[in-house]
Design a protein around this ligand. Structure first.
Ligand SMILES: Cc1cn([C@H]2C[C@H](O)[C@@H](COP(=O)(O)OP(=O)(O)O[C@H]3O[C@@H](C)C(=O)[C@@H](O)[C@H]3O)O2)c(=O)[nH]c1=O
Length: 185
């Protein structure tokens, strides 16, 4: 597999080795030894799948306490996927990175613990799959507004379909400091 660094330390893109033949293809979506070597050492303890129509935007979500590292990919369609460093005290606080993930490019994006995450759907439908390093905790579930001007994600769509929760999400500057993840060197 190929590991591609991003502008945010520890957020990375992983391109698995894809074995194609007359039947179709095969790839390892997770291999503990190879991921450990790449610096992704947390145990993946929950797997999720969501499906969304074109124009849907889910995000920007995080969990605190009990932050989740997320290994995300697309099984059907195409999304623009975003990680935002919202760890208080981080040298890259407030900075984001975006990656196009498609069912064809097989790219995986590693969202480290303490980052907010979101995506918008560019194809008619997208099936999104991800594994997390911590279990879902509805009490700790939190979000930051998708179009927060202080983060200024350059989303490729302008009028997304949002959940009620995401429509009402706080701006980053409105989130109390103790509700933000901690930066750990
Ligand atoms: C995330 C999650 C949701 N749920 C339930 C709660 C709710 O009734 C329903 C839909 O939840 P949400 O609206 O939060 O789903 P969604 O907007 O898809 O939330 C997801 O968005 C992406 C961007 C992420 O990064 C994920 O970590 C997660 O926050 O599913 C679980 O039971 N377990 C889970 O792990």
């Amino acid at each position: 597999m190929k590991v591609i660094e991003t502008t945010l330390p520890s957020a990375m893109v992983i391109e698995p080795q894809v074995f194609g033949d007359s039947r179709g293809f095969f790839y390892e979506s997770y291999n503990q030894a190879k991921f450990h070597e790449a610096g992704i050492t947390g145990a993946l303890v929950q797997s999720n799948v969501s499906r969304s129509a074109k124009g849907v935007l889910r995000g920007l979500h995080y969990q605190w306490p009990n932050p989740q590292g997320k290994l995300v990919s697309v099984l059907e369609g195409e999304v623009f996927d975003v990680a935002v460093d919202i760890r208080r005290g981080s040298p890259t606080f407030g900075r984001w990175e975006g990656v196009v993930l498609t069912a064809e490019n097989h790219r995986h994006f590693w969202i480290p613990e303490g980052f907010a995450h979101g995506f918008c759907v560019l194809s008619e439908f997208a099936t999104f799959a991800y594994q997390c390093t911590a279990l879902y905790d509805p009490i700790a579930d939190a979000g930051v507004r998708w179009n927060d001007p202080d983060i200024a994600v350059d989303w490729p769509i302008s009028h997304p379909l949002l959940s009620g929760k995401d429509e009402k999400a706080l701006l980053l500057k409105e989130v109390p400091q103790d509700r933000l993840p901690e930066y750990q060197r």
